[in-house]
Design a protein around this ligand. Structure first.
Ligand code: C6P
Length: 420
């Protein structure tokens, strides 16, 4: 089904504001998405109508808040194909979700000399927690190579078949720089055959496509609410129930215990044993509503729309001299490419590009995108500009971005045939 873009756009109040006195063209949803009224209203309704702590009060508004919060977990669980909400841990964001795995499961299972296999296209949030762990534990980190914008699966096989296979394998589902969609199902299967635990960074996939953690077969899966129409300050760690049952919590306090005595305590059941203290209640409720909204539109419809926009943008970019686009070489259906396009204009720094785009009302991101090793060492660039799409973007907005490239060339006096 084709998306009714103008109807969808009416739901997003920010899209009707101005940027630099011009219509706001928001092409930075990979950084954070905009929010529909459906989500904004759910959050304000909570504060207006039933603001109370959860799991504590015996009065009506507390019971209602608890119910809504739990309902949101049930929605998230079914949205990603988890067995139940017991497998859904709420934390601050994808970053905290990955750190939670590093500080709990990995802290008790990775030891001196053990190997952790990551990829060279990871966001810092799936590199730094492992470097910290490796330092504490004297573990070894290795990285799957990137070739032509894709993970080198021969290199992956070799690293899995190493004399000491990795104990943990972790990679991104979708690269926030290249837009590459990795074959996480196949990669997970191979890693599990070698006995590794698999963690997937789904920050850029869950908002944009159907994801089913059980069909992927991974042990852990992390993502953020703010990139999928939900509020900031809440993210999700999916964990396989059996593994979570065996894993000790790291943060202690209220709500995560069943009983406490002066010298010992016992843990609450899943998922609460990993959620100490008062939760981000409005965040959970808002995320639940975001999931409802996405389901109403349909993830396959969203993906199809983004493929169309991406194809169109790639096509238009290919017609412009002096534009370099980074990412995988894709087939016609863009089966391995999400709606994320990183590019440079030869002769221009990406920060200047983003600033000039802004003067045209077009919001894009520029820099290393929190993936410095990928941008600096794999792409060999100091920085790249990036446009990213979501369900509310339209072709006319891509046209505005394309026109802004001509403005960049004009302002920076870039000569016609500058070649890289
Ligand atoms: N990428 C971007 O502009 P947090 O900040 O925890 O919500 O998400 C971290 C994260 C993890 N993995 C991937 C693949 C990501 O893209 C991100 C966030 C944003 O690309 C902000 S740096």
């Amino acid at each position: 089904m084709e998306l009714e873009i103008e109807e969808i756009r009416k739901e997003f109040p920010i899209l009707h504001t101005k940027n630099m006195g011009k219509e706001l063209i928001y092409l930075d949803s990979a950084a954070t998405s905009q929010k529909p009224n459906y989500v904004i209203d759910a959050i304000t309704n909570y504060y207006r109508e039933y603001n109370a702590n959860i799991h504590r009060g015996l009065y009506d508004i507390s019971v209602k808040a608890t119910e809504e919060y739990t309902k949101s977990k049930e929605k998230v669980a079914s949205f990603i194909g988890a067995k139940s909400y017991r497998e859904i841990i709420y934390c601050k964001n994808a970053t905290e979700a990955i750190n939670l795995v590093a500080l709990t499961w990995a802290e008790n299972n990775i030891f001196e000399g053990d190997k952790i296999l990551l990829s060279r296209m990871e966001h810092h949030s799936n590199i730094v927690p492992w470097q910290l762990l490796a330092k504490r534990k004297k573990a070894i980190i290795d990285y799957i190579n990137v070739e032509n914008g894709e993970l080198d699966l021969h290199d992956y096989d070799e690293k899995l078949n190493d004399e000491t296979p990795p104990k943990l394998v972790s990679f991104t589902h979708v690269s926030n720089v290249l837009g590459t969609i990795n074959n996480v199902k196949e990669m997970t299967k191979k890693a599990k055959e070698k006995g590794a635990v698999v963690l997937i960074d789904g920050a850029q996939s869950v908002p944009h496509m159907n994801v089913n953690v059980k069909s992927i077969g991974c042990d852990f899966f992390a993502f953020s609410s703010h990139k999928m129409l939900g509020p900031s300050g809440i993210g999700v760690l999916y964990g396989n129930e059996e593994l979570l049952e065996k894993t000790e919590p790291i943060i202690g306090g209220g709500d995560m215990i069943r009983s406490v005595d002066f010298d010992s305590c016992t843990w609450n059941e899943l998922p609460w044993k990993f959620e100490a203290g008062t939760a981000n209640i409005e965040g959970g409720i808002g995320l639940g509503k975001a999931v409802e909204y996405l389901e109403k539109i349909g993830m396959d419809n969203i993906r199809r729309h983004e493929v169309e926009l991406t194809k169109y943008a790639l096509d238009e970019l290919s017609k412009i001299e002096g534009v370099v686009v980074y990412g995988p070489k894709s087939d016609y259906s863009l089966s391995n490419k999400a709606g994320v396009i990183s590019f440079n204009i030869v002769g221009a720094h990406s920060h200047d590009v983003a600033t000039i785009f802004n003067s045209e009302g077009v919001a894009i991101r520029a820099g290393h995108h929190c993936a410095m090793p990928l941008v600096n060492k794999v792409l060999n660039e100091p920085a790249v500009a990036r446009m990213s799409f979501y369900l509310y973007n339209k072709k006319e907005e891509v046209d505005k971005a394309i026109n802004a490239i001509e403005k960049v060339k004009k302002v920076l006096k870039i000569k016609k045939h500058d070649k890289k």
